[in-house]
Design a protein around this ligand. Structure first.
Ligand code: ACO
Length: 295
């Protein structure tokens, strides 16, 4: 994604971490001109991501980032565009208070790190940039992908998670978030609070769902002809099966059904170890490919 200004001047690092302050490195601090460029980049990326996910409005923008405690990892390619650099994509994460169902269907209150938005420029997808960005975030946060929740992951993202991190077995939820087998293991009681079965009146909604609904509400309250046509909500489960059926890589394992595991079946084990080992093998071979210049 190209911009009419020098990307390398604004974003000195290959991966920049942006938050509420909209500052990327020391150079942009106290420089309203550079911060305006940063806002332009974020807004443009947010629009492109929404378009790619067929959302009616962006869920990422500079103004939203300024008001929410989220972090945005932004990847650039500094050598392209005659040395001015171009933007490859971004990944937005943040903590959300969620009401989730564990394997036994018990309501659990948790505040996991969530992937909220993720986008790689269309012409650069399937070149390993998404993996580079995601791995950077995992290292920076010192996190395992299984410990995270995923806000309405797209079929491409589900395929990405299955391929690179062997995340295929999701635990069914009643909201738009997806968590995978192993999410509820190895967490302290303080991190996961059982919600009493008798809840107060009213449906409990995760914040993100409310956020996305607010965007829809904003759209609905606009007068005709600005209001967009109503689009049906995407189903996470149909997306998941869709994603498994749309796999293209011949080296992939066959799709696995989402089946409940027996209670405590994998207790006292590192839930990820065998899977991660398999993924690492795959990933190191693809790394070798990219080192050989297959990018
Ligand atoms: N169709 C199916 N799977 C895909 C596709 C695609 N068009 N593109 C990427 N993938 C998955 C596949 O598993 C692929 O492996 P394969 O080529 O062997 O099939 C793997 O990702 C490739 O890995 P990377 O090259 O590291 O991923 P990429 O740089 O393409 O980034 C991403 C992945 C971010 C999902 C990107 O494809 C994208 O921006 N998609 C459009 C926007 C989107 O769907 N974002 C996720 C929204 S959901 C959320 O943010 C919570």
């Amino acid at each position: 994604m190209e911009f009419p200004f020098d990307i390398n001047q604004i974003f000195p690092e290959r991966v920049s971490i942006l938050d509420q302050s909209l500052v990327a490195g020391r150079r942009s601090a106290g420089r309203p001109d550079l911060q305006a460029h940063i806002a332009t980049v974020i807004d443009e990326l947010g629009r492109a991501s929404a378009k790619a996910q067929q959302l009616t409005a962006p869920i990422t923008s500079a103004s939203k980032l300024q008001t929410q405690k989220h972090q945005l990892y932004l990847l650039k390619d500094g050598e392209s565009s005659g040395g001015r650099g171009l933007i490859v994509g971004f990944l937005k994460v943040g903590y959300k208070k969620l009401f989730l169902l564990d394997r036994q269907g018990v309501h659990i209150e948790a505040e996991p790190l969530c992937v909220l938005d993720f986008y790689i420029a269309e012409n650069l997808q399937r070149h390993g940039y998404g993996l580079e960005l995601f791995d950077f975030m995992l290292q920076h946060k010192n996190f395992e992908p299984v410990m995270m929740a995923y806000d309405r992951p797209s079929p491409k993202f589900l395929s990405f998670l299955a391929k690179h991190y062997c995340l295929t077995q999701s635990v069914p939820q009643v909201n738009n978030f997806v968590v995978f087998e192993g999410f509820f293991l190895n967490r302290s009681a303080a991190q996961l609070r059982k919600v009493p079965p008798k809840k107060p009146d009213g449906e409990i909604k995760p914040y993100s769902l409310m956020e996305r609904e607010a965007v829809r509400q904003e759209q609905r309250t606009r007068p005709w002809p600005f209001a967009p046509p109503h689009s049906p909500q995407r189903s996470v489960y149909s997306q998941c099966s869709q994603s498994l059926s749309m796999r293209s890589s011949p080296s992939r394992a066959p799709p696995q059904a989402v089946l409940p595991s027996s209670p405590g079946g994998s207790r006292n084990q590192n839930p990820q170890s065998p899977l991660i080992d398999r993924c690492r093998e795959r990933r190191s071979s693809s790394l070798n490919r990219s080192q050989l210049g297959f990018h």
